[in-house]
Design a protein. Structure first.
Length: 254
């Protein structure tokens, strides 16, 4: 059974205001098995033994992280009142996992990790440059920042607004957020080219406010496998998302 969170990991209450996430996509995206299996393979060589996942939601991607043999400890950080209880219960009996109800901020005292993972999180943060700097301080020298973020501001639409996104990124805009904070970018690639059209139609043409589990399941089953096989051979010039692997230099002192 999961042991109590050490006092050093308890987030300062004053820094964690009440927050409930109003987006509806978390349950739907739980069906994206091919997508998440592909993503964790991209991250696997960089995860290390101790991982911080920020914005763990209901724990969907945390399960994929824990499937990697090298991962011995996962600190799952989630601020939302309505998703954190599910996350905590999901891993209550897994001794490898510590769940923390908080934002990632300078006041949150976590052990330095080998990597920090944030999947579809950075777009929800108004001050994303501060997030990048705090993430830098949260990993060991030589540690990795592993990100998936939504790409292409031109397809920002009703779904982004409903899911509380502040922005979508380009390669240039993401590089400008990460490099000033000390991160050395090793990979910055677009992914999921077919998703560009799908997201544009859903959010800009149909003005949808949600995606359903069935829609996610069908896209994940019939589009993702062949799309990602092709993208492994030929890098797409654009994509619905950006995959980022960045490194904290071994020489970093903070």
């Amino acid at each position: 059974m999961n042991s109590p969170i050490p006092a050093a990991l308890q987030p300062p209450v004053i820094r964690t205001p009440a927050f409930s996430y109003s987006g509806s996509e978390l349950d739907a995206l739980a069906n994206a098995r091919n997508y998440y299996s592909w993503l964790v393979k991209q991250f696997e060589p960089h995860l290390g033994a101790t991982v911080i996942e920020v914005g763990s939601g209901i724990g969907t991607f945390a399960e994929y992280i824990l499937s990697i043999p090298s991962v011995r400890r996962l600190i799952a950080v989630e601020p939302a009142d309505n998703t954190y209880p599910t996350l905590r219960e999901r891993f209550a009996r897994d001794s490898r996992v510590t769940t923390v109800r908080s934002y990632l901020n300078a006041g949150l005292k976590l052990p330095r990790a080998d990597s920090l993972v944030a999947v579809n999180v950075m777009e929800h943060i108004e001050d994303d440059a501060e997030f990048a700097a705090t993430a830098f301080a949260s990993v060991k020298p030589g540690g990795a920042l592993l990100l998936l973020v939504p790409a292409l501001p031109a397809i920002f639409g009703s779904l982004d607004a409903k899911f509380e996104h502040f922005r979508r990124y380009t390669r240039k805009s993401l590089r400008e957020k990460l490099e000033p904070g000390g991160w050395v970018i090793e990979r910055l690639d677009y992914a999921n080219l077919p998703g560009v059209l799908a997201w544009y139609v859903a959010g800009r043409v149909l003005r949808k406010s949600t995606i359903t589990p069935r829609e996610t399941m069908l896209y994940d089953r019939w589009v993702i496998p062949w799309a990602f096989r092709l993208e492994a051979l030929i890098a797409p010039p654009l994509g619905q998302s950006l995959v980022v692997i960045a490194r904290k230099p071994q020489s970093a002192r903070r």
